[in-house]
Write a new protein. Structure first.
Length: 81
């Protein structure tokens, strides 16, 4: 039996999570929104690193997630992304 690497599904493609975070951020403003995002980003970074990604890869994955959330927020508000 050979050893194989298992990779977690990229968080920026987990559309349920992207939509959930975008909806929550859309209802928050100012410091509350900033605090929510920072806590979410920290949690996702820890999750990515815990699944075996190095710090740079994990950070890039959180950035891609943030971009997906921003795109979804534009969709929710009817703005062109």
């Amino acid at each position: 039996m050979s050893s194989a690497n298992v990779r977690a599904f990229p968080i920026d493609r987990q559309m349920v999570l992207v939509r959930e975070v975008a909806a929550k951020l859309g209802n928050l403003h100012g410091d509350t929104a900033t605090s929510f995002w920072k806590a979410t980003a920290r949690e996702l970074l820890d999750l990515a690193m815990g699944s075996g990604r190095d710090a740079a890869s994990a950070s890039n994955e959180v950035r891609r997630f943030f971009a997906a959330v921003q795109k979804e927020m534009h969709v929710l508000t009817g703005e062109v992304a």
